[in-house]
Ligand binder design. Sequence first.
Ligand SMILES: C[S@@+](CC[C@H](N)C(=O)[O-])C[C@H]1O[C@@H](n2cnc3c(N)ncnc32)[C@H](O)[C@@H]1O
Length: 230
Amino acid sequence: MPRASLEKRPHEVAAMFDEVAAKYDRTNDVLSLGQDRRWRRAVVEALDVRAGERLLDLAAGTGTSTEPFADAGVLAVPCDFSLGMLHAGRRRRADLAFVAGDATRLPFADGAFDAVTISFGLRNVGDVDAALAEMRRVTRHGGRMVVCEFSHPTWAPFRTVYTGYLMRALPAVARRVSSSPDSYVYLAESIRAWPDQRGLARRISGAGWTDVEYRNLSGGIVALHRAVRA
Ligand SMILES: C[S@@+](CC[C@H](N)C(=O)[O-])C[C@H]1O[C@@H](n2cnc3c(N)ncnc32)[C@H](O)[C@@H]1O
């Protein structure tokens, strides 16, 4: 059963997502207790893309994060490097123009998009700084970026309870609903090792993005980071 390590070697990460692809969306709904739908609506609001604008949804997986944009008339391009996730996406939403591509070497021209977003993907990329730089390269001047990613609850008592859920309950539940429960051990470990809200904001600024700001969702279980391409 493939399970990526925290070194996040690209072929291991892609193989892990190939394995979970078939049950990915159902497992997400169960493990997030339905919260993921609310988080996705918040991404759409934060990005404020208009019909006719071009949007890159990076690490789009099965296209679940792309759908709300496409449904609003945005020219949304889902891109991912797991062929298993892309195939599952094509079966679900044949109307979306899925593109195979690695976040650290994007197959798009400079300034090709009005906006770029990545949901629950950046944490899995081996070279986060390279991905943030690539996202900036393909965004036009004045364009926007939103990163939606698991983060760290801000209230200490809640953080303790949540860490217990992540490390114990989540892998146990995943054993019942996922096709690859080991990958949910990786999920828990990778969330714990991920930078906190301010740490990620610094990384985004370091990659050349400006006007970086963030907002917490569900008490900081998830954070949305927003930035502008100067
Ligand atoms: C948890 S899924 C998120 C999918 C989707 N964005 C969503 O919100 O449901 C993470 C995705 O990141 C993709 N990914 C990880 N590293 C990547 C990379 N370097 N380039 C492209 N995609 C990558 C994986 O293949 C996987 O489909």
